[in-house]
Design a binder for this molecule. Sequence first.
Ligand code: HEC
Length: 161
Amino acid sequence: MHPAPPASTKVHGKTIVLQTASSPFRVDDNGQYSDKVQNKYQDGNPWDEKAPPYLQYVREGGQIFFQNCHFCHGDNLNGRGMFAFAFNPIPANFTDPGTIAQLQETFVFWRVSKGGIGLPREAFPWASVMPPWEQHLTTDEIWKVILFEYWHTGYYPRTWD
Ligand code: HEC
């Protein structure tokens, strides 16, 4: 179950309107936003130093994931991290089509930034341990780790229409 998103969210002093914002790292080789770029590079190698910008961002996102998220969300992004079963609700399984595959990328940005603690009243009762990552990561790091989660699972963010 996903809580209703707010119209906008303020992270690090900057307001993001969820329906119009987009990931600054979901970009083609010329740095332009592209919803096709993940498809183009789904089989690419982010560890290649000469990889295009998009795959470099995926790699950086992967580094952020393995520093911060895998304890709960698991090495394979399946929600089976070593701490996962200490929590109720358990951490989201990103390989399940019911999580990020159902969500818009800006919605995920809001969820990662604010964590379980920042959920709106409608989400009550909700005792999630999901941390508010805006306290630990930069805005760019949050977008990159999300980019990695979509690339790794092969799911695409949902669009607003
Ligand atoms: C201490 C454990 C913990 C850590 C560490 C953690 N999470 Fe979570 N996360 C959770 C739990 C529990 C949930 C499920 C409850 C919820 O949605 O709040 C969750 C939910 C989510 C969701 C919502 C998915 C959905 O379908 O609604 C996203 C996205 C997410 N986490 C991303 C991240 C990212 C990115 C990181 C690392 C920067 C991270 N999490 C680190 C525990 C954690």
